[in-house]
Write a protein that binds this ligand. Structure first.
Ligand SMILES: [Fe+2]
Ligand SMILES: [Fe+2]
Length: 471
C-alpha cells in the first residue's frame, strides 16, 4: 500500500474520498505549519537534511531516504493495514469485533487517551527546539531532526483520529494541541515531563532513551485497543519510535564510551578538566530522567487504568501473548507500596494495577539498555557501573510521592534529602558544566570531544557524510 505524495496531505486512509474530513485537515495544516515554524527546531528552515520519509506501511522498505528542506518534509497520515476480522482482545467486550467507529459509551475516555498521547508529540519538539544550535556532529543533528519531524507526524496521527472520529470537539482538541506549549506557565503541556526544556545533548539522549521508551510502552498498550483505527495508527508509530530509542541508547553509549576513553587516557574519574562528562554526572542525569518517566505511567493503583482496560480501550503490553483470561476480574498483581517505613511488594487487584504492570515492563527494558552501557565500561576496564535508581526515588506521582527515598531505596528525612539531593540529581552547576561543553561541531565526520563517533552512519552512508547541508 504505497502513499501518494502528489496529495497535499500524503495518506493511506483514502482521504480523497472523504471531502469533509479532507477539508477539515486542510484547514488544520497551515496552523500546524505555522506552529512548526514558530515552535519547531530553531534556524532549521534553510537546512537540507538527510531524512527518511514513510513511503509505504509495509514492514519491509517503508522508508525513503534523501535530503529534504526541513519545512518541505511531507507530514502525512499512515496507518498499518487493517487486520481482517480483528477482535477486541481483552476487557468486558473481549471477543466482539474490533470497533471501526467510536463506541458512544466510551467516547470521552477514548478522546482523553488520544489527546494525552497526542499532546506529548508536539511537546517534545518544543522541548528540543534549541538543540540544533549546539549539535555535537552533523550525524547527530540529522538524528535530532529525524526525531523531530516524526514527532510532528505523530501529532498528525492523533489529530487525524480526532478529526475523523470525534467531530467538532475532536477538531477543537486538535486546535488545542497547537495552543498548549511545553513549559508555558499559562497553557502547559498535559504531562509534567513534557514541560521541562531539553537544552543540552546529554539531556536529549536521556530523553530519547527514557521518555521515548515511555512512548513505546504507551503506544504498545494503545496498539492493543479495541478501537481499531487507534490500534492501526499506533502500530505504525511504533516503527518510527524504534529509531528514537536507538538515537537515545546509542547516544548515551557514545558518551559513556568517550568518558571511559578519557578516564583511561588520563587515569582519573574526574575528566571534566579534559572536556569529558564524568560518570557521576551521567548517573545523575539518568536518575532524573528515569524517575520523571516512572511518573508518566501514573498511579500504581488506578481506577482510570482499570476502566480503560475493562472498556477495551487500552490493553497491557503484548496483551495477546499473555496467558490469562484477559478480563482480570479476580486476578492479582504484585505492586510496590510504602509500609512500616519501607517499600514492600503487595498483592493488589490486577485490574487496577495495569499502570504498574506497564511500568515494570518499562523498567526491565530500561535495565537492558543500562546493561549495554555497563558492558562498554567493563570493556574499558572501568570498575564502576551505571544503575537505574530505585522506583521510589524522586517520585511526584503515586505511592512514593512526598516520601524522600535515595537512589538505592533508603527512606530519608527532608533535611537529609535537601542536603544530599545534589549527589543524586543534577545541580545547577552540573547543568552549567554540561552546557559549557555544548559548542556546535558541523564539519562532516567531526565529533565534539565529549562523545565518541557512531559505529556506522545512517542508511549505509559513511559517518562523514554531509547529513545536513546549510545554505
Ligand atoms: Fe512520538
Ligand atoms: Fe518518539
Amino acid at each position: 500500500m504505497n502513499i501518494d505524495y502528489n496529495e497535499r496531505i500524503p495518506n493511506n486512509v483514502d482521504l480523497a474520498d472523504d471531502r469533509r474530513l479532507l477539508r477539515a485537515l486542510e484547514r488544520w495544516q497551515p496552523a500546524y505549519l505555522k506552529w512548526w515554524d514558530d515552535m519547531g527546531p530553531v534556524d532549521s528552515s534553510d537546512m537540507d537534511v538527510y531524512l527518511r520519509t514513510a513511503i509505504s506501511v509495509e514492514s519491509d522498505g517503508w522508508a525513503h531516504f534523501g535530503h529534504v528542506r526541513m519545512p518541505d518534509y511531507r507530514w502525512g497520515i499512515f496507518l498499518t493495514p487493517p487486520e481482517a476480522d480483528r477482535k477486541i482482545n481483552f476487557g468486558a467486550h473481549k471477543g466482539d469485533p474490533a470497533w471501526q467507529t467510536v463506541p458512544g459509551e466510551y467516547r470521552s475516555e477514548l478522546r482523553r487517551l488520544i489527546v494525552t498521547q497526542g499532546d506529548t508529540e508536539p511537546a517534545s519538539v518544543e522541548q528540543q527546539r534549541t538543540l540544533g544550535r549546539s549539535c555535537p556532529s552533523l550525524y547527530d543533528l540529522r538524528n535530532l531532526f529525524q526525531v523531530n519531524v516524526e514527532e510532528g507526524r505523530h501529532l498528525w496521527a492523533m489529530v487525524y483520529l480526532l478529526h475523523a472520529y470525534f467531530g467538532r470537539d475532536g477538531r477543537e482538541e486538535a486546535d488545542e494541541m497547537l495552543h498548549r506549549h511545553a513549559g508555558d506557565p499559562d497553557r502547559p503541556r498535559i504531562l509534567q515531563a513534557f514541560n521541562e526544556m531539553t537544552d543540552d545533548w546529554l539531556s536529549f539522549f536521556m530523553f530519547t532513551f527514557f521518555q521515548d521508551r515511555d512512548g513505546k510502552y504507551q503506544l504498545a498498550s494503545l496498539a492493543e485497543s479495541g478501537f481499531d483505527p487507534l490500534s492501526r495508527t499506533c502500530r505504525f508509530m511504533l516503527t518510527e519510535e524504534a529509531h528514537h530509542m536507538f538515537v537515545g541508547e546509542s547516544g548515551i553509549m557514545r558518551v559513556v564510551q568517550r568518558s571511559a576513553e578519557l578516564m583511561r587516557e588520563h587515569d582519573t574519574a574526574d575528566i571534566r578538566a579534559h572536556g569529558g562528562i564524568d560518570l557521576d554526572t551521567i548517573q545523575k542525569f539518568m536518575n532524573f530522567h528515569y524517575s520523571i518517566c516512572l511518573d508518566l505511567f501514573g498511579q500504581e493503583k488506578s481506577t482510570n487504568a482499570a476502566n480503560y482496560y475493562s472498556m477495551g480501550l487500552k490493553g497491557r503490553f503484548q496483551e495477546t501473548r499473555i496467558d490469562d483470561d484477559h478480563v482480570l476480574e479476580d486476578a492479582v498483581f504484585m505492586a510496590p507500596e510504602l509500609r512500616d517505613g519501607g517499600v514492600v511488594m503487595a498483592e493488589t487487584p490486577a485490574l487496577t494495577a495495569t499502570n504498574e504492570r506497564l511500568r515494570q515492563e518499562y523498567a526491565k527494558d530500561s535495565q537492558r539498555g543500562v546493561n549495554r552501557f555497563n558492558k562498554v565500561l567493563a570493556h574499558y576496564g572501568i570498575g564502576r557501573e551505571l544503575t537505574l535508581p530505585h522506583e521510589a526515588f524522586n517520585r511526584a506521582i503515586g505511592a512514593f510521592r512526598g516520601t524522600h527515598v535515595t537512589p538505592d531505596g533508603q527512606i530519608v528525612d527532608a533535611e537529609t534529602w535537601a542536603r544530599r539531593r545534589g549527589e543524586w540529581l543534577p545541580s545547577d552547576a552540573d547543568y552549567a558544566f554540561v552546557k559549557s561543553l555544548m559548542t556546535p561541531v558541523v564539519a562532516p565526520g567531526r565529533m565534539a570531544n565529549w562523545i565518541a563517533p557512531p559505529k556506522r552512519g545512517i542508511h549505509g552512508q559513511p559517518v562523514d557524510f554531509d547529513y545536513v547541508r546549510f545554505h
